[in-house]
Design a protein around this ligand. Structure first.
Ligand code: 2P0
Length: 320
């Protein structure tokens, strides 16, 4: 009744922002993402039932603040009559800071829970269960480039291209290390209820998805770069126009964007994307990675740089 799984975070190039069903956590739009390799979350779940209640240990420290969301995830995966669980998670990158740590944590937790309970489920079902806990977690069940389709009453996941077939690199510029002030769920709901741009965002998503899908199929970096940057800035415009405004950026975030523009003018194949946090992810071709890394590390306000390639789907690493 114990299992351990590893999942990598994924970064959306065409973003998920907004829910059409809060209770079922169904997204209002489809999304396309890349799953990373060197960043990862390892989750061990022990269902032997020797605890009176669930207990969550995050990076070696008991974390009651995050327990209720994890308990809800396990209840949804295993049913409420399950034994109490000891859940241990280890991430090798900052959590709750706009680096998709909930995607990797809930993907790994879903997989470990199902394995610990010896339940046999296909990838689509696992992805849907993880998506209930965190919308982006569903995409970490696929390596490389993944698409989450927003179908009538459920989500559908598919692989667009594996990591080896288009081995892009990602340079992550960390501009702030503390946890963010507003959760994604909360921020999405504020956007849905108050942003005058929200309906336009929803309507146009299908076009951005089609453009990105075709660019990925044709390995067309320039087109993918343009649509990904546009989609990212559009999502943040929705947030900025919300009431109260939701601004995840800081001054260094903006400086990183200027660095990426300069690199592009110098001929580098690179584009930026930013999620619900102040970090900047620069996606680039392998031959440009050193230049991108160098330029971002010299950008004022950048505290740390991480580099990663594209990686595998969530996978089991132990079971007993
Ligand atoms: C994404 N984000 O597509 C978008 C872009 C952040 C910005 O999915 O509310 O933690 O748990 O379903 O998955 C982050 O939100 O949100 C996210 P919930 P999640 O990656």
């Amino acid at each position: 009744m114990q299992a351990t799984a590893i999942a990598q975070p994924n970064i959306a190039l065409i973003k998920y922002w907004g829910k059409r069903d809060l209770a079922l956590n169904l997204p209002a739009v489809g999304s396309i993402s890349i799953t990373l390799d060197t960043l990862q979350t390892k989750v061990s779940i022990d269902l032997d039932g020797w605890l009176a209640n669930d207990s969550l240990i995050v990076n070696g420290v008991e974390d009651p603040g995050r327990l209720s969301r994890m308990t809800a995830c396990l209840d949804n995966v295993l049913g409420v009559k399950r034994p109490s669980a000891l859940i241990e998670t280890q991430s090798n990158f900052p959590i709750a800071a706009g680096l998709a740590s909930s995607a990797s944590a809930f993907a790994a937790a879903t997989l470990a829970a199902v394995a610990a309970a010896s339940i046999d489920l296909d990838t689509q079902s696992l992805a849907r269960l993880a998506g209930r806990a965190s919308g982006s977690a569903a995409r970490s069940f696929f390596g490389g480039f993944a698409e989450l389709e927003n179908c009538q009453d459920a989500i559908k996941l598919s692989s667009l291209c594996d990591a080896e077939s288009w081995p892009l690199k990602v340079v992550v510029a960390i501009t702030e290390t503390g946890p963010k002030g507003t959760s994604s769920t909360e921020a999405m709901e504020i956007s849905r209820k108050t942003s005058p741009f929200y309906s336009a965002w929803i309507e146009r998503q299908v076009d951005d998805l089609a453009t990105a899908r075709k660019a990925i199929e044709e390995r067309d970096f320039t087109t993918l770069a343009a649509v990904a940057e546009h989609n990212c800035l559009k999502m943040h415009s929705v947030m900025w126009a919300s009431r109260p405004p939701i601004v995840f950026w800081n001054a260094a975030t903006m400086r990183c964007l200027q660095t990426v523009r300069r690199l592009q003018q110098d001929g580098c194949h690179v584009f930026f994307t930013i999620d619900a946090g102040p970090q900047v992810k620069a996606v680039c071709q392998e031959e440009d990675m050193a230049a991108v890394r160098d330029a971002l590390s010299k950008t004022a306000g950048v505290l740390e740089i991480m580099t990663t390639g594209l990686g595998p789907a969530a996978h089991l690493v132990g079971k007993s």
